[in-house]
Design a protein around this ligand. Structure first.
Ligand code: ADP
Ligand code: MG
Length: 396
């Protein structure tokens, strides 16, 4: 990664900068308010750094999945309002359609004007990485800065396309994300413990595979673990699991054995029915799950075992809730994981994943984590490959 330059490696002054940020914040169900603005907060240092050096800014980002159409609930207006909170001295101006906006608007941009292009995914050219579309996005800027780590695994026009047109640099958040992850991938202090949870093997297969090589211990939780248990001949009752991934799970367990990676699967669990809010949960061994019940969280014996492994770790990477945390009856395992990690003062800890962050974002001690990644898929792909398309595009 030696040949990518970050904004603090060079002198950028008095330019107009197209800054790709990841403002894809999690929204409350009504889409009227932001649930967690961590992704906005984490780009502010880059914005301030560039503004301080007399640069003018044009910000670009996507929000949600409007699929190439104008979907009002995914307008970046709400992001503009939030940006104003952090940048009260600036005019945050939403450019409703940069394709038709008169040239004069850009010519007359004042130093205290920050332009924000409306949702890049309102345009079909974005996901197609259409070169003509990228050209139009880049035309008003001298320089491109990518600070959108969370979307750098996507070869979109605003991530990869524009980087091939303008002189391009990485932002401070992109730098922090890649430095943190590189550190644990290249020379992790041992023991290195990975915790991988969540629902689908499909989305985690590559990171599991990579962790078999990197980690000393791999803790598998969530519905993901059910498939591994099933692969070991355990009847998981009515639990969510992937029958067609049994072979895959067996192969991964074999690889772990070859690499001397200890795989920790739940030995007990909390079972119940995901839909029942009031009651019905109970603890049992994974070998004794009733036919009509689902495994929805790890049990107390499992948490105790995991606790001692986490306590001794020097490097911890966590992605994916270990239970159906959306229901309060099944979030103890995930909460426990969080407190175990934040209680280990000796370890470098990196946590990422959309749902994982949703599960912890309102908690105390967040500052005890070494790094909270703004990338879910991007973090997983970076762990797997050591680079991302959006990062490669910055290489000259
Ligand atoms: P992240 O977004 O952090 O990468 P994932 O998207 O992989 O995490 O997985 C999160 C989802 O997995 C959550 O919706 C959670 O409820 C679900 N989940 C975790 N454990 C279970 C389980 N035992 N049964 C059903 N769903 C589960
Ligand atoms: Mg998720």
């Amino acid at each position: 990664m030696s040949d990518i330059k970050f904004i603090d490696d060079v002198e950028i002054e008095g330019k107009t900068i197209l800054l790709r940020a990841d403002f894809n914040v999690s929204m409350n169900p009504n889409y009227l308010t932001i649930a967690d603005d961590a992704r906005i907060r984490q780009v502010i240092p880059t914005i301030n750094y560039l503004l301080k050096r007399n640069n003018k800014l044009i910000l670009a980002s996507h929000l949600g999945r409007p699929k190439g159409e104008r979907v009002p609930k995914f307008s970046l207006q709400i992001v503009c309002n939030q940006l104003k909170e952090y940048l009260p001295e600036y005019n945050i101006i939403l450019i409703d359609d940069f394709l038709t906006e008169p040239e004069s608007t850009f010519k007359n941009q004042k130093p205290d004007d920050i332009f924000v292009y409306e949702n890049t995914r309102f345009y079909p050219g974005e996901k197609k990485n259409d070169p003509e579309f990228a050209k139009k996005m880049a035309v008003h800027a001298d320089i491109f800065v990518n600070d959108a780590f969370g979307v750098s695994h996507r070869a979109d026009a605003s991530v990869v396309g524009v980087a091939h047109i303008l002189p391009s640099y990485g932002g401070l958040l992109l730098k922090k994300e890649t430095e943190m992850l590189s550190m644990v991938l290249k020379k992790p202090e041992k023991p290195f413990v990975a915790v991988i949870g969540g629902a689908k093997i499909e989305t985690k297969i590559k990171v599991l595979d990579r962790m078999m090589e990197l980690a000393d211990s791999l803790i598998i939780g969530g519905a993901l673990a059910n498939t591994f248990l099933y692969a070991q001949g355990i009847d998981v009752g009515a639990s969510l699991f992937e029958k067609d991934k049994t072979d895959l799970a067996q192969k991964l367990l074999f690889k772990a054995a070859q690499n001397n990676t200890t795989v920790i699967l739940p030995s007990d669990c909390v079972v119940g029915n995901a839909q029942e809010l009031e009651h019905g949960s109970m603890v049992c061994k994974v070998s004794e799950v009733p036919k009509d019940k689902q495994i929805l969280d790890i049990g107390p014996e499992t948490t105790a075992r995991i606790g001692s492994i986490i306590a001794k770790a020097k490097t911890i990477v966590w992605n994916g809730p270990v239970g159906y945390f959306e229901n309060i009856h099944y979030r103890q395992g995930t909460d426990f994981m969080y407190y175990a990690i934040t209680n280990n003062d000796d370890a470098v800890s990196i946590v990422g994943g959309g749902d994982t962050l949703a599960a912890i974002s309102k908690k105390e001690y967040l500052d005890k984590l070494t790094h909270i990644s703004t990338g879910g898929g991007a973090m997983l792909e970076y762990i797997e490959k050591g680079t991302l398309p959006g990062i490669e595009a910055l290489k000259k």
